[in-house]
Design a protein around this ligand. Structure first.
Ligand SMILES: Nc1ncnc2c1ncn2[C@@H]1O[C@H](COP(=O)(O)OP(=O)(O)OP(=O)(O)O)[C@@H](O)[C@H]1O
Ligand SMILES: [Mg+2]
Length: 243
């Protein structure tokens, strides 16, 4: 078991005071671990990730990173605390060039910015290849690659990703998931939300099932994939994907 990096402890949170969406949810992510949140629509997966990223007010409970309390820190200060968030939509500037997107993201980097951008081109060769292109002109998979690069550029300890494979073909989705696996092998911790549950569980160390804003189930990716009840209730929609 790896050392705990993110610790979410009994978090109750929501968009309006007195109307919690999450009811005492707990979860953790170890160093270099990929942990996936699965569950039905409206379960609170995105809300939990947004609570960690500082976008959703936490009414009670706590969130800590490497033992430091980060509960309630504003989203714009999360970079300095080692947290990067890749939202589900609008995660790149489509009208700007690929390189310009990285230049903007690098504004938050304290060390050598050009080197940080170069490092992203090393990691994602297709971005270098298309660096002059308008970001909106990239393929779906490349757009996600750019969004992930923009998150990684500041050297985060934890990356939060909300449905990075949404709208991608199974093949490209698989490539993006593999890329996420590579990121984690660099000791970056990843908290992932995925509708594409089966494919995500295959690359995940562990996963939590949320339902109606509560912890429902948890286990290793492999154990959840093999669990007939989980398979029936939560993975059924993806049977065609593994056929
Ligand atoms: N900005 C918001 N303001 C108020 N309520 C919201 C907001 N965003 C989400 N909700 C509500 O919070 C609940 C949980 O939504 P959330 O987006 O976290 O679910 P999810 O598990 O990510 O679902 P999906 O699989 O559809 O993405 C839902 O009832 C939703 O209507
Ligand atoms: Mg969601």
């Amino acid at each position: 078991m790896s050392e705990t990096r993110l610790h979410i402890d009994a978090v109750t949170a929501g968009y309006k005071p007195g109307f919690p969406i999450l009811h005492g949810v707990s979860a953790s992510v170890g160093v270099g671990e990929i942990v996936t949140l699965i569950g039905p629509n409206g379960a609170g997966k995105s809300t939990l990730v947004k609570a960690v990223a500082g976008f959703v007010h936490v009414d009670s409970g706590s969130i800590s990173l490497d033992g430091r309390d980060i509960t309630g820190i504003s989203p714009d200060r999360m970079t300095e605390h080692g947290v990067a968030y890749v939202p589900q939509t609008d995660n790149i500037f489509r009208t700007l060039g690929v390189e310009q997107n990285l230049v903007l993201a690098a504004q938050r980097v304290e060390r050598d910015r050009n080197r940080a951008i170069d490092a992203m081109f090393e990691l994602f060769p297709p971005l270098r290849e298309h660096k002059g292109l308008r970001a909106g002109g990239l393929s779906g998979g490349q757009r996600q690659m750019l969004a992930i690069a923009m998150a990684l550029i500041a050297g985060p300890q934890l990356v939060l990703m909300d449905e990075p494979t949404a709208g991608l073909s199974p093949k490209v989705a698989q490539e993006v998931l593999q890329l996420i696996r590579n990121i984690a092998s660099d000791n970056v911790s990843v908290l992932l939300v995925e509708q594409n549950a089966k494919a995500a569980l295959r690359i995940s160390d562990r996963a939590y099932v949320l339902a109606e804003g509560r912890n429902q189930h948890e286990g290793t990716g492999a154990a959840l994939l093999d669990d007939p009840v989980i398979g029936e209730i939560y993975l059924g929609a993806w049977r065609r994907e593994s056929a």
